[in-house]
Design a protein around this ligand. Structure first.
Ligand SMILES: Nc1nc2c(ncn2[C@@H]2O[C@H](COP(=O)(O)OP(=O)(O)OP(=O)(O)O)[C@@H](O)[C@H]2O)c(=O)[nH]1
Length: 319
């Protein structure tokens, strides 16, 4: 008799603990009807046990992917092994709102979950227990770190003033394009251009206006190019563009479009109003260009010719 009383007391204590524990506990039968619903589940779903007990979990929570969950649960019923799902595989099983203050960026509670088999006195598994862990803090920290790393990666590749690729990452792209040419021998051209008499812009209007001229030039480049073209800020007021699948005559069309757009641009900055021009050099890749450095040199030589021919024009490289 005493041991019966102890057993009942132990059982009640155990139930109290399970009710109040800070993880979600749900017991389901073979029909996926809820047989236990602890206070964690109650609080986060705002559904009382009498609303859920005896009802199918899929009818109660349509967001729970039924066929996926049944497959997972079936393995637990049959093999008697536990199954684990992380928030990275599925952010949540139950769409509970996230209330934690530090996690304002998480609208919903991120969850890990385990499904464990419940063996009866005959050694059979006719019930499973679904355990839900709130891992919102871990998930949000991880996601913030990933976002910060992605941002850092982008920042390390781009030029702060213009948002174009910086010289180092642009040169990496040039090497990639050069290797692609060696394999496929497709047409590919390099455009290098430089703002004419830029020193005068700085000297006349000041450095901030000079910076604005560089920024606006970069914007013209971004607006004028196709997504596959790769533009970079090569130096102070020098820009470089890889025009993929473009021969010299195609590159000349792009160059002239850039040149005339910039020629027609009027920049107004800090009370200054000014116009400016650019000079461009074009070099189409051909088998006599044996490395990326020689390709840049060819475009640079064409640019030099454009400068010496009076500026505000574009020149195609020829030996
Ligand atoms: N405002 C500003 N000026 C820069 C920046 N980077 C380089 N410069 C200036 O750009 C000027 C380049 O002058 P030069 O190389 O003599 O060429 P230029 O005056 O454009 O003359 P040409 O190229 O021969 O037409 C220098 O005065 C640099 O100080 C920058 O980020 N911002």
């Amino acid at each position: 008799m005493a041991s019966d009383t102890n057993f009942i007391e132990d059982f009640h204590w155990l139930m109290d603990v399970l009710q109040d524990i800070d993880v979600g506990l749900v017991i389901l039968n073979r029909e996926f009807e809820v047989e236990l619903w602890n206070s964690f589940m109650q609080n986060h779903s705002a559904r009382m046990p009498d609303e859920v007990l005896g009802h199918s979990i899929f009818e109660l929570f349509p967001e729970l992917p039924a066929s996926w969950f049944k497959r997972k649960a079936e393995a637990v019923f049959v093999l008697h092994n536990s199954a684990f799902t992380t928030w990275e595989q599925r952010p949540y099983l139950f769409r509970f709102k996230s209330y934690r203050p530090i996690t304002s960026i998480a609208e919903y509670m991120y969850q890990n979950s385990t499904v464990i088999p419940l063996t009866d006195t005959r050694g059979q598994v006719n019930h499973i227990c679904l355990i839900i862990y709130d891992v919102t803090e871990v998930a949000v920290n991880r996601l913030q770190l990933q976002a910060a790393n992605a941002k850092l990666h982008t920042l390390s590749r781009t030029d702060g003033l213009t948002g174009l690729l910086n010289r180092k990452s642009w040169e990496t792209e040039l090497h990639v394009e050069f290797r692609r040419f060696q394999r496929h021998q497709h047409g590919s051209s390099l455009l290098m251009f430089d703002i004419d008499h830029f020193k005068r812009v700085n000297d006349t209007y000041g450095h901030p206006t000079g910076d604005e001229v560089i920024r606006r030039t970069a914007k013209v480049v971004k607006d004028a190019l196709r997504d596959i073209d790769v533009a970079g800020r090569y130096g102070g007021e020098e820009f470089a563009v890889i025009l993929t699948d473009t021969d010299a005559s195609g590159a000349k069309v792009v160059a002239e479009r850039l040149r005339t757009t910039i020629e027609q641009l009027t920049i107004t900055h800090e009370g200054n109003s000014l116009q400016f021009t650019i000079s461009l050099g074009i070099a189409e890749l051909n088998p006599s260009i044996t490395d990326p450095g020689a390709w840049i040199e060819a475009a640079d030589r064409a640019l030099y010719k454009a400068k010496h021919a009076g500026r505000n024009n574009s020149v195609i490289f020829s030996n």
